[in-house]
Design a protein around this ligand. Structure first.
Ligand SMILES: Nc1nc2c(ncn2[C@@H]2O[C@H](COP(=O)(O)OP(=O)(O)OP(=O)(O)O)[C@@H](O)[C@H]2O)c(=O)[nH]1
Ligand SMILES: [Mg+2]
Ligand SMILES: [Zn+2]
Length: 302
């Protein structure tokens, strides 16, 4: 029997996984257990089946798991991430609701997150993007501005020592950023149709790259563009806590199970009426709580 090897999953393509061993060798692996869900970033134990293939025997305990879920299924995005970089751009337009969803998912796993506004060289969309992001900054989220085609040193500094995950809609520039930060990354970029104001997905699976010259073993994970981000796996409390601007108010409503819609003495509604809690963020919160309720009922029925 061959000795067990250790490695890190650097790419997940369907049921196959690319694993990098400590000595730098890369193997194509399948999991031993049919149902085991391996994610990019996982630390795994494996056995060789040929010089360049192996079987994943065990997934090491994860420090975090960034994933999305609707009422039917979960979709793993990356494991052992220590920082989420939510990438948006001046163009094409982005959904602030999707930004909120990703930030809430990161918070539920205690992963610190920052918002990155990319393509700041395209000044036409800059003001609109900034005003969309203002509410996030006011809520307490950090926002960084740059251009993947320009100086990326502010981001590079923030990545040192972290396993960072780039997430966001298609066309925001995640792979372009990856290429700018990691010279040997072969992530493909493509021209988006400015006419359609939307992109076609190019990145098809998450991929981890070690940060060059990082003494603390930092890594960057590029991921496919997101169109939706279900939070059916989160509790009501995790959803509410994912909104930093209302965190201090949680528990202050008259009713413990307050839905924040028409209940009397609702601290959240009061904050909304006074303008402290942004209207769109309030609407997104209700939407998420509503989806949570639908998913919960679905679980009870099945
Ligand atoms: N002007 C400008 N264009 C950029 C910048 N960053 C990315 N782009 C362009 O935006 C388009 C989309 O970039 P990608 O890096 O493929 O976007 P992505 O987020 O990886 O997209 P998916 O893989 O589909 O999720 C490409 O045509 C890039 O050249 C930037 O900072 N400035
Ligand atoms: Mg990409
Ligand atoms: Zn309430």
């Amino acid at each position: 029997m061959s000795a067990r090897l250790e490695g890190r999953v650097i790419a997940a393509f369907g049921r196959q996984y690319a694993v990098r061993l400590e000595d730098g060798r890369e193997l194509l692996c399948v999991p031993r257990a049919k149902k085991s869900e391996v994610a990019c970033g996982d630390q795994v134990e494996l056995a060789l089946t040929s010089p360049d293939q192996g079987v994943i025997e065990k997934i090491r305990e994860r420090t975090s798991l960034f994933y999305r879920a609707d009422q039917w299924k979960e979709k793993l995005i990356a494991a052992n991430v220590t920082q989420v970089v939510m990438v948006v751009a001046t163009e094409p337009g982005f959904s602030d609701e999707l930004v909120t969803r990703c930030l809430v998912a990161a918070d539920a796993q205690d992963i610190p997150a920052l918002i990155l506004l990319n393509k700041c060289d395209i000044t036409a969309g800059l003001e609109r993007a900034r005003s969309q992001l203002e509410v996030f900054a006011r809520a307490g989220h950090e926002v960084l501005e740059l251009s993947a085609r320009g100086d990326v040193s502010t981001l590079r500094e923030r990545l040192a020592g972290h396993t960072s995950l780039l997430v966001g809609q298609s066309g925001m520039g995640k792979s372009t950023l990856t290429n700018a930060l990691i010279p040997e990354a072969d992530a493909r970029t493509r021209e988006i149709s400015a006419v359609l104001d939307s992109g076609k997905h190019t990145t098809t699976h998450a991929r981890l790259y070690p940060l060059p010259d990082d003494r603390q073993d930092g890594a960057l994970i590029d991921s496919p563009g997101l169109q939706s981000f279900g939070l059916a796996h989160l509790s009501r409390n995790e959803i509410e806590s994912g909104f930093p601007e209302i965190r201090a108010l949680l528990g202050s409503c008259r009713f413990r199970d307050c839905g924040h819609v028409r209940e009397p003495d609702c601290a959240i509604r009061t904050a909304r009426e006074s303008g402290e809690f942004d209207e769109r963020r309030y609407t997104t919160l209700l939407q998420l709580l509503n989806e949570h309720e639908v998913a919960r009922k679905h679980r009870l029925e099945h």
